[in-house]
Design a protein around this ligand. Sequence first.
Ligand code: FES
Length: 115
Amino acid sequence: MAIIKFVNEKKEIQVPDGSNLRREALRAGVALYPGINKIVNCHGLGSCGSCRVLVTKGMDHTSPMGFIEKTRLGMSMAYIGNEDKMRLACQTEVNGDIEVTTTPSMNWFGENFFS
Ligand code: FES
């Protein structure tokens, strides 16, 4: 069993190892999608990029990134500067305790954007 802690929502859920992060978040009533994306999203196919989250603790307890996820995040400005912690919830399997920040805000300037 693994524990997923949703930081913004101050909610913890216990899930079986191998659970899909998107499915478990939605089941727990966590607002995974920002704005209009609550309705307009790809429903877990990994193509819209709107289910992106930051895994702030326990990234090593998640499945490795696959081709679809790498490709989709590679097209996202939000990914720049968050390469070590951003995931698509729909493409992430949970295999141990993690902490997740949903609907991360865009960091337009990054740590080193102008350097
Ligand atoms: S739901 Fe569209 S990329 Fe995850």
